[in-house]
Each structure stands twice: as C-alpha cells, then as structure tokens.
Ligand binder design. Structure first.
Ligand SMILES: Nc1nc2c([nH]c(=O)n2[C@H]2C[C@H](O)[C@@H](COP(=O)(O)OP(=O)(O)OP(=O)(O)O)O2)c(=O)[nH]1
Length: 131
C-alpha cells in the first residue's frame, strides 16, 4: 500500500486580497510545483495546530487559522496525500522563505496560472472564482 500523508495548507490573504504562495525547491518532493504553505500533521496535533507550527517553522511568522476551504485526497505515483486547506490571517511578522525556492503574493485572478501541486487544484479553483 502507498504511504499516506495528512497535510494542511494555509491560504493566507493580505489586505490587498493577494494570496501567499510558495514554490517547492529542487531538494523537496514535488519540486517546481507551487503550494499553499504548510506540511504534515504530527501525532496528537489538530490540523489547526499543525498549520500554525509549520508556518512558524518554515516562514518565521505567526498566523491565526480561520475556516476550512477544501479537503481533497490525491493519489500521486508513490504517495497518497490528504490535503486540508484553511484560510488564515497573518498576526505577526511577514512570511519569509527559509526552505522554498520562491514565495509570491498572487491575486485571485492570477493564481490559476501558477503550476500548483495536483492536490491543490480544487482549492485553487475554489478561491479563483470567489472575489
Ligand atoms: N505543504 C504542502 N504540501 C503539499 C501541498 N500539496 C501537496 O500535494 N503537498 C504534498 C507535498 C509533500 O509530499 C507533502 C507535504 O509535506 P511537507 O510540506 O511536510 O514536505 P516535506 O518537505 O517534509 O515532505 P517531503 O519532501 O519529505 O515529502 O504534501 C500543499 O499545498 N502544501
């Protein structure tokens, strides 16, 4: 059976209504794909706790987790990923890339043109339509 990961991703919106997107680097799995920042839930954590921890670890900032946007399971060639995405607000510091190749704030009109990881596509489509 394939390995299964339960992953959380944050849809962080700024005051200009742009969304924070991160590009996976060459040393990461799914290299070259854009994603919503986040990571794997550890044992004993709620999805919201995992998201706050991952964003602090990888982007050195604090978020507050808001409502859930999407819950999708995607079967990659070697792993199954269940990705839950949540809206989130920055409450302290600006996010900075420590592991990712690049980060960008993108408008909802433009977000569909980024090459997002396949598991993220339903969430990207959902937020692209909403203004
Ligand atoms: N963080 C995040 N991961 C995602 C998204 N979409 C998606 O398929 N993934 C996948 C990539 C990874 O296989 C896994 C998340 O793992 P992680 O962010 O903890 O990454 P990692 O570098 O520790 O994982 P890995 O390279 O060891 O596989 O979920 C997304 O929007 N955000």
């Amino acid at each position: 059976m394939k390995k299964q990961f339960h992953v959380v991703g944050a849809i962080i919106e700024n005051e200009q209504k742009e969304i924070f997107c991160a590009l996976r680097g060459p040393d990461m799995s799914l290299a070259g794909f854009w994603e919503f920042p986040g990571g794997k839930i550890e044992t004993g954590e709620t999805p919201e706790e995992a998201l706050v921890r991952e964003i602090k670890e990888e982007f050195n900032c604090e978020i507050e987790v808001r409502e859930k946007v999407e819950d999708t399971t995607y079967e990659y060639e070697d792993v199954m990923v269940r990705l839950e995405t949540f809206k989130a607000k920055l409450i302290a510091r600006e996010p900075i890339a420590t592991e990712h190749a690049e980060v960008r704030w993108i408008s909802r009109d433009e977000i569909r043109y980024l090459n997002f990881a396949p598991a993220d596509v339903p969430a990207v489509e959902k937020i692209s339509k909403k203004q």
